[in-house]
Design a protein around this ligand. Structure first.
Ligand code: HEC
Ligand code: HEC
Length: 259
């Protein structure tokens, strides 16, 4: 008897929970899709981040991430300095964590600004002491790092402009890393010339190098006619593909210089 009395309410509760559960999944999907569409629209119409609230900036960064997740072939849109700062750099620089110069602390930044734009940018890109390279986010572009660096430096009293005047030359450590990545992912074709891949000794590199690093990075990341995206290894990050290209260009330049 007790069994019977307990059965009924439990069954009703189960039924309601199942019903709710069944509704929740499609509802969540709809909410996500609507959020996405709104996010993408907001990104296309809003160009002035200066007066955007913190919340709006976060929403916009999120929509960039979401739209990239859906369509990775979409061209990359560089984030503003404020967006990169909010998303990445503020984790330390917002509070001065690990001894980092705190945002808007003119005394802390003042001591560093004398090093000049190029050195500060180099340190932001390659890291210095407890400051990780690119703030620990290897997929940030050079321009995004420069913009974030300028955003912080200017709030600390500088009057910089975020430009990438010259290509940042890879360090010996970058090249060593690139060589390893190349050996594992690219050498199978580019050492042998298989499938028409340009060997590093191929004079065609003179023309390729003229097209600029951005072109070559793009070719390595997205693939070219005959060349697979990321050397066919989809786990390779943008930064790793770029490091391999840096190594290839450096080797090719060395060979070309000898001729
Ligand atoms: C994990 C913490 C952390 C994050 C995240 C971080 N930084 Fe730093 N940053 C530091 C620390 C610590 C220092 C001080 C390093 C030192 O001089 O010893 C520093 C210093 C700097 C400096 C001054 C370097 C110099 O030569 O005086 C710049 C510029 C800088 N960071 C830029 C950035 C940018 C741009 C970002 C975001 C893309 C970022 N940081 C994210 C910890 C961080
Ligand atoms: C399966 C063979 C193969 C692998 C592996 C491979 N490539 Fe290639 N790559 C090619 C071919 C073929 C071309 C020539 C495409 C062309 O003629 O445009 C090429 C061309 C390139 C170019 C020049 C772009 C151009 O316009 O020709 C770059 C840069 C490049 N590869 C980078 C890389 C990097 C970096 C890796 C490793 C992460 C890699 N490749 C791995 C086959 C390969």
């Amino acid at each position: 008897m007790t069994d019977h009395h307990e059965m009924t309410p439990t069954t009703v509760k189960d039924f309601l929970l199942a019903l709710l559960g069944g509704l929740a999944a499609p509802l969540l999907t709809i909410i996500l899709i609507v959020g996405l569409v709104v996010g993408i629209q907001a990104r296309q119409t809003d160009d002035d981040p200066a007066d955007a609230s913190d919340k709006a900036v976060r929403a916009r960064i999120q929509s960039v991430g979401m739209s990239m997740a859906i369509d990775p072939s979409k061209p990359h849109v560089d984030l503003t300095g404020e967006q990169v700062y909010t998303d990445i750099c503020s984790a330390c620089h917002g509070s001065g964590a690990l001894g980092s110069p705190k945002f808007k602390d003119t005394a802390a930044w003042g001591k560093r600004l004398g090093q000049g734009y190029d050195t500060l940018l180099l340190h932001a890109l390659t890291g210095i002491r407890k400051m990780p390279a690119r703030g620990g986010e290897p997929d940030l572009t050079d321009l995004e790092v420069a913009r974030a660096m300028v955003y912080m430096a200017n709030a600390g009293g500088a009057k910089f402009e975020a430009t990438l005047k010259k290509e940042v030359e890879p360090t010996a450590a970058d090249l060593a890393r690139g060589k390893m990545i190349y050996a594992q992912n690219c050498a199978s074709c580019h050492d042998t010339g298989m499938t028409g891949a340009q060997k590093l000794t191929d004079p065609a590199w003179a023309g390729l190098i003229k097209q600029g690093k951005d072109y070559l990075y793009g070719a390595a990341i997205n693939g070219t006619f005959g060349g697979p995206a990321r050397g066919g290894n989809d786990k390779l990050t943008d930064a790793e593909a770029k490091a391999a290209v840096d190594y290839m260009v450096n080797e090719a330049k060395t060979t070309l210089a000898k001729k």
